[in-house]
Design a protein around this ligand. Structure first.
Ligand SMILES: NC(=O)c1ccc[n+]([C@@H]2O[C@H](COP(=O)([O-])OP(=O)(O)OC[C@H]3O[C@@H](n4cnc5c(N)ncnc54)[C@H](OP(=O)(O)O)[C@@H]3O)[C@@H](O)[C@H]2O)c1
Length: 301
């Protein structure tokens, strides 16, 4: 019963040391597999050929999302990394992006490029309604930070279950959008949420709204965003995720002054945090205990 490490080689020494110290069986990459029957779990971003491993019980995504993984063979469980560092990093990026749109930074960066000294009205954070789509581990953290800065925060989740801010269920999405001056997307990518940021949903935002997107590129119809910006219905956007990634050099988004793009860097998994989570997953698997970060494969997150 061993974990097969199949991710960034630079992380290997840290994982190897932690597993050795814990006395937990560990296989340092596919080249080190002597008996495929020993592999019970695989930690990966892109999985190897899973059919090689007859006793595979679990695939562990080394990121927070699982949308990049193919459907797993029957009976193979799926888990995602739980790392406080990832959540804190995304929180920091989203808070930064929210403040940047709140304080019109795309406009000022554009003006600065022309050496133009021109002021625009400044609004209090208390007068800005922020809507967070996806109130999971990351959305909940972001909500608390933005609330502490004075923003009028609400959240949208599938079920609308209670949070620390006013909550809307997926069935109440239109009402949620109508009160989102700044819309933050922190959704997982699932069949239900693919393309959710489209012409119809963007049209439901208040005039002049801004978009902050750190979910997945395929949530957003970029042409719909462009049309909403051109129509003056949206004012600006901050994107950490795009479709495709990497965004081609010649893509129009790069040169649009109303949009600021970062190359999917809101968070990066810390090697030690990822290894620690993998170890707790393997220990839980061995003990038949609940798997931390287990994904509901039918739901997609
Ligand atoms: N840019 C980056 O570097 C980066 C890094 C990490 C994560 N991410 C993105 O952030 C996402 C969220 O991560 P997380 O750990 O917070 O996820 P999570 O804990 O699984 O939470 C997901 C949230 O989305 C809600 N949701 C799911 N489907 C929905 C729908 N159809 N309509 C409305 N709400 C829906 C869920 O509602 P319920 O609570 O009702 O189930 C839950 O609140 C990841 O999947 C990934 O796409 C990006």
């Amino acid at each position: 019963m061993a974990l097969l490490f199949h991710t960034t080689p630079a992380r290997l020494p840290i994982w190897q040391k932690l597993f050795a110290e814990a006395g937990e069986p560990f296989i340092a990459g596919e080249d080190a597999v002597t008996d495929p029957a020993e592999v019970t779990a695989i930690a990966c971003w892109t999985p190897p050929d899973l059919s090689r491993y007859p006793n595979l019980r679990l695939v562990l995504s080394v990121g927070a999302g699982v949308d990049h993984l193919p459907a797993l063979p029957q009976g193979v469980a799926l888990a995602r990394t739980l790392a406080p560092g990832i959540e804190a990093m995304v929180r920091d990026w989203v808070v930064m992006a929210t403040l940047m749109l709140h304080r019109d930074m795309p406009l000022y960066i554009d003006q600065a490029g022309r050496g133009e000294w021109r002021t625009h009205p400044v609004r209090l954070s208390t007068s800005r309604r922020v809507g967070i789509m996806g109130m999971g581990r990351i959305g909940g953290l972001v909500a608390g930070s933005l609330q502490a800065l004075g923003f009028d925060v609400a959240g949208l989740s599938r079920t609308g279950s209670t949070g620390t801010v006013p909550m809307f269920a997926a069935s109440q999405r239109d009402a949620f959008l109508a009160r989102s001056d700044l819309l933050i997307c922190l959704l997982p990518l699932t069949p239900e949420t693919r393309g959710i940021l489209n012409a119809e949903t963007l049209a439901k935002l208040p005039a002049g709204a801004g978009l902050i997107h750190a979910g997945r590129g395929a949530h957003l119809d970029a042409q719909a965003l462009r049309a909403a910006l051109d129509a003056g219905h949206l004012s600006a956007a901050m994107l950490d995720v795009t479709d495709p990634e990497p965004l081609p050099t010649e893509h129009w988004i790069w040169s649009d002054p109303r949009i600021i793009v970062t190359p999917h860097i809101a968070a990066q998994t810390d090697a030690l945090e990822g290894a620690r989570h993998a170890l707790t997953v393997m220990q839980a698997l061995r003990q038949g205990a609940p798997i931390p970060g287990l994904v509901d494969q039918a739901r997609g997150y």
